[in-house]
Design a protein around this ligand. Sequence first.
Ligand code: 5AD
Ligand code: SF4
Length: 459
Amino acid sequence: MKAHIITYGCQMNEYDSHLVQSQLVSLGADMVDSIDEADFVLLNTCAVRGKPVDKVRSVLGQLRKEKAVRPLVIGMMGCLAQLEEGQQIARKFEVDVLLGPGSLLDIGAALESNERFWSLQFKDELHDHIPPPPVGKLQAHLTIMRGCDHHCTYCIVPTTRGPQVSRHPDQILRELDSLLGAGVREVTLLGQNVNAYGFDAGAKLAGYPSFADLLRMVGGSGIERVKFTTSHPMNFTEDVAVAMSETPAVCDFVHLPVQSGSDRVLRRMAREYSREKYLTHIGQIKKHLPDAVLATDIIVGFPGETEEDFQDTLSLYDEVGFDSAYMFIYSPRPGTPSYKHFQDLPREVKTERLQRLIVKQKEWSARRNARFQGTLQEVLLRGDAYSAGHLEGHTRGNHPIVVPRAIGAEGAGLYRARVTATTPHMFYGELVGADGQALPLLPNLAPEAAGLTSPLMMV
Ligand code: 5AD
Ligand code: SF4
């Protein structure tokens, strides 16, 4: 069998795709790079906003056409698969294999059955399954929990991924060991709400550390870089910032989605914290980690959001000075409370606010990134950048960076670089040796590489 997986959505989905892919390979499948070569195509879907759902519809339409002219098995997994909306789509486009986020280990049974195979149960044994480490990669994801116990009124995730189930620390450490053995240098701990790790349904689980202690355990394992995503301000505690500051492997990068700067909107979203509480957390982070890189998520145009509410979001942005933000237009999702009870704002109002927020984000990202100009950074380089002769990667603060290849740093690895130029989105730099001196460039690449370090070249 030749199989191809297409992944949409968040890092959780990337992890799940890797898990299913490793199952497929162990069942004897060859993974191929395109739909054309495949006789099994599996879409890992996202349902958090309308756009990724539209995308799935259009790819499934294409696959249905292919299936009419050649043997093709179509599969769908991920958040959309769990929803009635997704199942209607699956029926319409003749999806053969449908796996909810809790039933990924049924992939083998699905392929053995010669009939339509749909499985939507949440199976806890998923947490005991240790997928093989990714081959030849320096970075890996590691799931520490699944599901979410919050009920933000706009969010479909508690429906698609079910209630929170924390993974036992032994399984986390076993998987970490296997990643370390395979040469992984950076691990990102994944959960919908990592700060609530070990507190499922609000109750402390015996034998599970707090998230702060888990960070200490993972940070002490020998892995060089630890990141985590995502945090919920309601469950954020100061000891996480303390653990980060005391554990050198844990990167000074915090993604703390705020969603809105208006108390009125936060209440309507059922976020369970106020603007003031959010700012208190930011103050704690800045106290313990003065150089922390701060990222957030913001939804604009939530139903009922007034211009005044939106101004509160803009002023919160200024008060925090985020390094970066993922900004979304509110998307009404069937099955969520806000879809049922609130009236969507006109599209023009939402897009106009998004434009203003993007201007703010660019100003702040430009300013925050500029503070790194001339500094030395540890960079994890993944491999070739788009421009010839360059490598791309990211810093401990998650800034993407491009550097020219240099003698002694010709491929993927963990290196030191000096930042020579910054933009709101990117760093450009040069690799340096232990003495802080620039490493000599590979001779045939030197002129081109010199040009790229000018910010004017990047527009
Ligand atoms: N509309 C727009 N954005 C949403 N998000 C979640 N649900 C919605 C929605 N219905 C955003 C939130 C969350 C991120 C993963 O997606 O900002 O943090
Ligand atoms: Fe959605 Fe809230 Fe859970 Fe995040 S924490 S996934 S926003 S319900």
